[in-house]
Each structure stands twice: as C-alpha cells, then as structure tokens.
Design a protein around this ligand. Sequence first.
Ligand code: SAM
Length: 356
Amino acid sequence: MTPLRYTLLDRALAAGVIPDGVLRAGSRYGAGARRRREERGGVEAQEQRLAALVAHMSSGPIAELPAVANEQHYELPAEFLGLLLGPRRKYSGCLWPDGVTDLAAAEEAMLDLTCRRAGIRDGMDVLDLGCGWGALSIWLAERYDVRVLGVSNSQRQREWIEAERGRRDLGDRLRIVTADVNELDPGRTFDRVMSVEMFEHMRNWRALLARVAGWLQDEGKAFVHVFSHRRLAYRFQGTWAAERFFTAGTMPSHELLLRFADDLVVTERWAVSGAHYAKTLMAWLERLDAHAEQALTILSGEHSALEARRLLATWRLFLISTAEIWGWRGGDEWMVSHYLLERRGGSGKKPLVRAT
Ligand SMILES: C[S@@+](CC[C@H](N)C(=O)[O-])C[C@H]1O[C@@H](n2cnc3c(N)ncnc32)[C@H](O)[C@@H]1O
C-alpha cells in the first residue's frame, strides 16, 4: 500500500504549492539521507548488505516487475517523452564536453563515445538491449554499415522507431523486436551486445550476463552503460522516487558488475562524472517546462485533468531530484559507469579486475 506521505506529496505537487527551491532542498536532503543510510554500521555492515544484494541479484527472474517499469516510463505516449528528451530521444545520460552546449549535441557526443568504446566497426552484427526510443540503434544504423537488432519490452517504443526507420530510410539494417528480456531469444549471435541504462531495471544480473555471453560470437564483446554510485550499491526501496519511478530497480556501484562476471570478463571500465547526467536532467526539465501546456494536453488524452497535473508535477520532481543526486559533490558520487566485456577465454585478453 502507498504510504500516506507519498499520497500527500503527490497532492501537494499536483496543487503546485511547493516551490522548486523547496523541492531542490528536499532532494538534496534525501540524497544525503540515502548516503547515510547505505553507510550505516561501518564497513562490516556495508559488506554484509552488499553480500545480501549480490545474493538477491544472483537469483530469481532476470527482470522482476517488467510491467511496472513500462507503466512508469515506457508506455507513456511517445509525444510526451518527445517534449522533454532531445531530438534523438536518448533516454539515458548524455555527454557535455567543452564546446557542447545543447542537448542535441550532448546526445550525439555520448552516442559517439559509446560506439568508440564498444569498438563498433562496419560489417558488425549488433544487439541493442533495452533500446528505448532507438537513440543508439538508429545512430548505429545511420553512422555505420552494420545490422542492428533493437529490443525493448515496449510496444510504443517499437512503433516509434519503426516510423523513424522509414523516415530516415534505414531499410533492413535496423530491426526492432518487442520482447521482455526474461523471454528473449534472438536466435543468432552478435559481434556486439550493447545495453544502455537497462541493467538498472534488472534483478538477476548473473543470469542476464550468462545470456549475454551466449548471444556473443567467439570474439564478440558486450558494452554496458549504467548509472551508478562510486562505491554504494542498493535497491530502490522506501522512497517516493522508488515508488513512483523505479519500482524493483537497483542503484549499482561502479564495482557491482564485476561480481557477476562468470561467463564474461570485464576487460575495460570507464567512469563518467555525474555532472554530465545532472546537466542532461536539467536540460530535460527545461524542455518539459517550456512545453508544459502541451504536456498537459497529451496526458489529459489518457487521464483525468487532475491526474494529468499530478503526472506532470511528479515528472518535474523526478527530474529535479535526480539532477540534484547526480550533481552531488560536482558529480563525484553518483555517476555513470561504462564496461567492455568479453567471453571468458575469448581473445585471451586479461580481465581488468577479478571479482572475488
Ligand atoms: C532508461 S531506458 C534506456 C533506453 C535506451 N537504451 C536509451 O539510451 O535511450 C531503459 C530501456 O530498457 C527497456 N526495458 C526495461 N525493462 C525491460 C525488460 N524487462 N525487457 C526488455 N526491455 C526492458 C525499456 O523499455 C527501455 O527501452
């Protein structure tokens, strides 16, 4: 049952009575409280909690509540997401190096970095796992001579990408399949399996990485992008944001993936400052605010006027609070992690770090 305090917060948000400054201060307080909660009891207690989390993430279904994630984000009208995301609808952290000043360029900068780190080359067969509205799949099909299979469990995402495929004349270089990763069987192997911000929705990383290993050709590699914390890993539970936006999700630490690398080994790993994600989230908020009337009209098409106002206000708080979290200490706590993995015994390259 939803705690009363979340219902009261929803009502106050829908009524528009909480100024942004208060939402920001509350979000910063929440981020600090979370950090204290995850650090309580010192290193020994932290290690026990980590062991429990690793055990949890080594059992059960790969994705625990796929329908809830869809309801919270992925089956919203495509036009609504279009009002806040950038032109490529990349629903994940973008990159703002010097000289990049707008969201469109930040989307492209991260897509370019992602493909370079994954070692994409012409002629490859690529699986984009959790493809969203196709930012990476379309980039791959446009920029490289590759065959791409994009997979997500959202029907609306597939419809959107298929329309874009026609508009951009990408032909059969790009194929999109709607499937829950729990049941996915692509029926062939790939040079690259790439996944951008889908693992955070997953429970059983051990089983997922074993499947990914099976979908790779002998010399194939997997590239994984997750948002992360530099040292703390925890499940999203017991907060308004967890309840409204990330039920059954996980905040991985930068190290967490190494715990599950049985069939695959991590050969390279990179840290991306959380400051890039904070900027991305602020850019999404700016766009949503600039299109607030349109957003209300779209949401009112599927909900009552009151529910539409509540939804819009909860999205605003979601963006504000996550911008505060990833901006915490200049982006040096919550961050983004990139990994390159290959099959154990693949090319003979030594693992970067061995999980214990
Ligand atoms: C945060 S979005 C990232 C989308 C995309 N990779 C991007 O960067 O724009 C997460 C993606 O994972 C997909 N996803 C979540 N749970 C899934 C599941 N159980 N099976 C398949 N896809 C899933 C969502 O539909 C969505 O496409």
